[in-house]
Design a protein around this ligand. Structure first.
Ligand code: IPE
Ligand code: IPE
Ligand code: MG
Length: 250
């Protein structure tokens, strides 16, 4: 579902928050700990963030857990991150379900081993009918991958004669992307002071408000999220219109 110009110019809270959880390695280094300790500590920050989103009745939270480029890291780190992911899914499944959270994993699953794929299916099935927060874990996700897989599926439809090339519109592409049934992110957050997107969501960030924090991910928590919300409420969302046009709408 694309953001559209009928939204109010100022919103109290975002419907969809997308976060690049960055800085685990630097957090560990500062404490003279191995990088892996930073990733472990990052899980706690995820729990705090999810908790605050549930309290605030946020509709969608997307967390960038592992990018399609993170396979380039040392083998030991990649294995540790995969194991951490499996364990977190195992340990948190029941708690997520009890909180009425719906969990979805977005990204290319074909590269995961069978055990991880099963674990993902289990948690997704368990929480599929939950109506509370939609928690999207972007794992082996890349914004470019997302657009590519959408284009491949559309091309297959054209090839089979199901649709004509003239049917390819912005809307059609959007409908073939991950989380096509959900609103686009309203608020993007990246921790650790880096000012880049690193191949996270691309298409659907077209009109997202961008918030960058110097806090390293393991130190992120509900109060830090509130700071991002405070920033968000000050933003006038114009979607290409003039300020006068959008304020007339309120
Ligand atoms: C983010 O922290 C976690 C993942 C990418 C999985 P980093 O591991 O990138 O931490 P820094 O950027 O090295 O500090
Ligand atoms: C982005 O962080 C990926 C995740 C947080 C999962 P990176 O740490 O991989 O990004 P770069 O390499 O610094 O751009
Ligand atoms: Mg990083």
């Amino acid at each position: 579902m694309s953001s559209n110009s009928t939204q109010p110019a100022f919103q109290l809270l975002p419907r969809h928050i997308a976060i690049i959880m960055d800085g685990n390695g630097r957090w560990a280094k500062k404490k003279f700990l191995p990088r892996l300790a930073g990733h472990k500590a990052g899980v706690e920050a995820v729990q705090q963030t999810v908790k605050r989103c549930v309290e605030k009745k946020i509709e969608v939270l997307t967390l960038f857990a592992f990018s399609s480029e993170n396979w380039r890291r040392p083998q030991e780190e990649v294995s540790y991150l995969m194991q951490l992911f499996i364990n977190a899914l195992k340990n948190e499944a029941k708690k997520l379900h009890e909180q009425n959270i719906q969990l979805r994993v977005i990204g290319d699953r074909t590269r995961f081993d069978e055990k991880l794929r099963q674990q993902i299916d289990e948690v997704e099935n368990l929480t599929a009918n939950n109506t509370g927060l939609k928690l999207l874990l972007a794992t082996n996700y890349g914004g470019q991958w997302d657009i590519t897989q959408a284009v491949q599926r559309i091309a297959a439809k054209i090839e089979s004669g199901a649709i004509s090339s003239l049917a390819v519109t912005d809307e059609l592409i959007q409908q073939h992307l991950s989380f096509a049934d959900l609103p686009d992110p309203d608020l993007f957050i990246r921790t650790s002071g880096e000012l880049r997107i690193s191949n996270f969501i691309l298409w659907q960030l077209a009109y997202t408000e961008l918030y960058f924090s110097d806090v390293l991910w393991p130190d992120f928590n509900g109060d830090e999220l509130d700071r991002a919300f405070a920033f968000f409420t000050t933003r006038e969302r114009r979607f290409g219109c003039t300020s006068e046009q959008v304020t007339q709408r309120i």
